[in-house]
Design a protein around this ligand. Structure first.
Ligand code: CAA
Ligand code: NAP
Length: 246
């Protein structure tokens, strides 16, 4: 296989770690992008090394265009042109709309949606020039179905899907695919932040009666990033234990 360079944002979080590992297992060179305020970067890198993964790390806030320019330049200098971009970094600021403050709206829109502009802008034209690229955006089941308490998050994640369909149409003839993974509830710290009694009700409502595993998202990334994934673009993979499908 051709070894590709993959850049994964939110790489040191639950899903991000599994995405990095699965892409590395598939033979890709992986650059792990992390939030500059993340204190355990060195521990994370050491743990990965002990597990047999040698990742390059670049730090930056995905809601800042300037940080993204810097981060991609560093990634390119260390690993070469980015062939695969996984826009995975994200946050929640859950609150019923009646009580939601503007800063909770703004934080989620800028981190979960504007980040796609900031990161993708740095790589998409160069992918098109080279005639090969894979852009994989992590949305959510809650961007597809809407979730009470998440007007900000559902709006941002629905925006991720719209962005991806539009960009897929622009890049389809250039060898660059743009797809979305819409995970259901996955066992990471984001979900563990939900009150236990609410989380139990959510799990009871999942037909498979369990949370998803981060590596199940990583495996989907490997497919979308592969040569044989090249005929799929503008698609949303709903991976949610049967919670919701269109
Ligand atoms: N649908 C409709 N109404 C609901 C509701 C629901 N699912 N859950 C609660 N309500 C209503 C209650 O009945 C109550 O109504 P009344 O005031 O009329 O009695 C009201 O909402 C309670 O509102 P509060 O603001 O007082 O609620 P709260 O502060 O205790 O909790 C919340 C609000 C933090 C949003 C909480 O409901 C919650 O955590 N909900 C889960 C949201 C969720 O699923 N988040 C996913 C996070 S993980 C993730 O996002 C990953 C991913 O992509 C899947
Ligand atoms: P997570 O463990 O909290 O990971 C999120 C990662 O994003 C963290 O590493 C976090 O870094 C990083 N991040 C947050 N804000 C950032 C910023 N401004 N700049 C750079 N990095 C930033 O959560 P996760 O569950 O793995 O989530 C990964 C993605 O999957 C998110 O987009 C999320 O919305 C989506 N998703 C998750 C689920 C789920 O059930 N877990 C379901 C559907 C979709 P810090 O922690 O250092 O801030």
């Amino acid at each position: 296989m051709t070894q590709r360079v993959a850049l994964v944002t939110g790489a040191m979080g639950g899903i991000g770690t599994a995405v990095c590992q699965e892409l590395a297992k598939a033979g890709h060179k992986v650059v792990a992008s992390y939030h500059p305020q993340f204190d355990n970067k060195d521990e994370w890198l050491a743990e990965q090394k002990a597990a047999g993964f040698d990742f390059i790390a670049v730090g930056g806030d995905v809601s800042s265009l300037e940080d993204c320019q810097k981060m991609v330049a560093e990634a390119e200098a260390a690993a070469g042109p980015v062939d695969i971009l996984v826009n995975n970094a994200g946050i929640t600021r859950d609150r019923m709309f009646a009580k939601m403050e503007k800063d909770q709206w703004d934080a989620v829109i800028s981190t979960n949606l504007t980040s796609l502009f900031n990161m993708t802008k740095q790589v998409s034209a160069k992918m098109a020039e080279r005639g090969w690229g894979r852009i994989i955006n992590i949305a959510s089941v809650n961007g597809v179905k809407g979730q009470a308490g998440q007007t900000n998050y559902s709006a941002a994640k629905a925006g991720v899907i719209g962005f991806s369909k539009a960009l897929a149409a622009e890049l389809a003839a250039k060898g660059v695919t743009v797809n979305v993974i819409a995970p259901g509830y996955i066992a990471t710290k984001m979900v563990m932040a939900i009150k236990p009694e609410i989380l139990q009700t959510i799990i009871d409502g999942v037909p498979m009666k369990r949370l998803g595993k981060p590596e199940e998202m990583g495996a989907a990334c490997v497919y979308l990033a592969s040569e044989n994934g090249g005929f799929m673009t503008g698609a949303t993979l709903n991976i949610n234990g049967g919670l919701y499908y269109q």
